[in-house]
Write a protein that binds this ligand. Structure first.
Ligand SMILES: Nc1ncnc2c1ncn2[C@@H]1O[C@H](COP(=O)(O)OP(=O)(O)O)[C@@H](O)[C@H]1O
Ligand SMILES: O=P(O)(O)OC[C@H](O)CO
Length: 501
């Protein structure tokens, strides 16, 4: 019984990973699923694809680890956050597609709410801002656009959930309808201080309370798997939003410790301990986790960058400049610098710190000498610029708190890019450190599941599982880093407010 199974349901693929109690990967399965873009700015997933891709990889991971389900001490779930689903309680049938976190269809609803002057209330209670990114307006949109849903929701016939709730519902065959604070705190409906759903905010968004899942701690047994595609009889002992799971997998358990995950988007999170301090720089305050009913919430500051590694995907699939993401590094380093080109990849608007759903992708500084390598270099640099701005804002937010950033721990697909990581360290002026196990999202879910199943006493016992593999020290003079960031900011300002869809 000494293995842990993590389910990592991400934006583009579902992964299942078996870890041993040293935090080492023993087996893995991964499956992509279709993305749907029915209108400009809309992004949808089929809820059944989310479940079937996730369920399908469980047996692959177990087979690769050469273990049976009975050798699993517990199952932990990490999931793409904010993505919004509604399904029928009686049949488990989704009432429509899942609206994905990247979807901007509620930009206008957010503007209407802002015009009513309610944004400060949302920010004060939830730590978030009124942006289409979060689940609350997506849920309100569903209720507004499907005429019979509201009445059915009021009668208690329907269930709302983020992806964690949906997976737990499936794994327990409808026995549990739950979520944890790390996911709930991304909905615009969860009060960070009370740790409960907020009736005032539900009222403003006109969301019937019977739709909502029960809140459970992020760690602790919440039910047993009963679905035959899962490890039947094994306890589900952790639920975490994927970015908070990565914070846990990077063992960032003390205030000030920070990580950045470089996937499709980039997500920088800093542990705030028990202090839900509001950001003065348009960052998000969010729940990191709740370690058991008797323990208080742990909070985090977050910088959400919507397009990170996806800019490299665009060079590959949109422009055909490279054949694989890995090729970007050779192309980008074939020139000494970006030749004055700045590339703001605001493909789905901008998150932190601009929060502009109307910003559009912008290439600026192009001259006759500009070539594909300069574009590749500018694309890579754009990832680091966005993350650096988020971290500089965090540093400003924690000034005087006594917290120390120290270093930035990194993971995710694009963190293998050494040129990118070096430039990141240069811009930040602190070391960037990549651990040996970069599947930190899954690792965080597994570690918390192990805690929930009682394998460890508390999180301090987990520190030994984290080992650094590569360290990037800053080499650029701070004045040069500042000059580059200032120029980047000028480019960002030019990308804002362009789109009117
Ligand atoms: N060598 C590389 N350099 C830069 N970006 C990369 C590299 N390898 C992969 N990526 C990017 O990383 C992303 C995939 O990372 P992953 O962590 O799997 O993302 P997600 O979990 O969001 O699907 C893709 O957007 C891809 O373009
Ligand atoms: O699926 P990922 O890894 O791109 O993460 C998505 C985030 O949770 C969105 O907030």
């Amino acid at each position: 019984m000494s293995f842990l199974l993590a389910l990592d349901q991400g934006t583009t693929s579902s992964r299942a990973i078996v870890f041993d109690t040293e935090g080492m990967i023993q087996g893995m399965g991964q499956r992509e699923f279709p993305q749907h873009y029915p209108h400009p700015g809309w992004v949808e997933h089929d809820p059944m694809d989310l479940w079937s891709s996730q369920a399908g990889v469980i047996s692959e991971a177990l087979a690769q680890a050469r273990i049976g389900p009975d050798q699993l001490a517990a199952v932990g779930i990490a999931n793409q956050r904010e993505t919004t689903l509604i399904w029928e309680r009686a049949t488990g049938t989704p009432v429509g597609p899942a609206i994905v976190w990247q979807d901007r269809r509620t930009a206008e609803l957010c503007e209407r709410l802002r015009a009513r002057g309610v944004e400060p209330l949302f920010t004060q209670r939830t730590g978030l801002c009124l942006d289409p990114y979060f689940s609350g307006t997506k849920l309100a949109w569903m209720l507004e656009h499907h005429p019979d849903l509201r009445a059915r929701a009021e009668r208690g016939e329907l269930a709302f959930g983020t992806v964690d709730s949906w997976l737990v519902w499936q794994l327990t065959q409808g026995q549990r309808h739950v979520t944890d604070p790390s996911n709930a705190s991304r909905t615009l409906l969860f009060n960070l201080r009370t740790g409960d759903w907020d009736d005032d905010l539900l009222g403003i968004l006109n969301i019937p309370r019977p739709l909502l899942p029960d809140l459970v701690p992020s760690q602790g047994v919440i039910g047993e798997v009963s679905h035959p595609l899962g490890p039947v009889g094994r306890p589900i002992a952790a639920i975490l939003g994927d970015q908070q799971a990565a914070l846990a997998g990077q063992v960032c358990f003390y205030p000030g410790m920070s990580k950045c995950t470089y996937g499709t988007g980039c997500f920088v999170l800093m542990n705030l301990g028990d202090d839900p301090r509001p950001s003065r720089h348009r960052l998000l305050t969010t729940a990191a986790w709740c370690l058991g009913a008797e323990r208080s919430l742990v909070y985090a500051l977050e910088g959400a960058v919507f397009i990170g590694g996806a800019v490299v995907q665009w060079l590959r699939d949109g422009l055909g400049l490279i054949r694989s993401s890995a090729e970007v590094e050779a192309l980008a380093t074939s020139v000494p610098d970006s030749g004055g080109v700045y590339f703001v990849p605001a493909f789905v608007g901008l998150g932190v710190p601009d929060w502009d759903p109307h910003a559009s992708g912008t290439l600026i500084g192009i001259g006759r000498g500009t070539n594909a390598a300069h574009l590749a270099r500018a694309a890579l640099e754009s990832i680091a610029f966005q993350v650096a701005e988020a971290l500089h804002a965090m540093r400003a937010d924690i000034e005087g708190s006594g917290f120390d950033l120290g270093e930035l721990r990194v993971d995710g697909g694009a963190s293998v890019n050494r040129t990118l990581m070096q430039f990141q360290a240069d811009l930040l002026g602190v070391a960037v450190v990549r651990p040996a196990v970069t599947e930190t999202t899954a690792l965080g879910a597994a570690l918390f599941a192990g805690l929930g199943a009682g394998l460890w006493r508390d999180e301090t016992e987990l520190e030994g599982v984290w080992r650094a593999a590569e360290r990037f020290e800053p080499r650029l003079a701070p004045s040069q880093a500042q000059a580059r960031l200032a120029r980047w900011r000028e480019a960002v300002e030019r990308s804002k407010g362009w789109r009117h869809d």
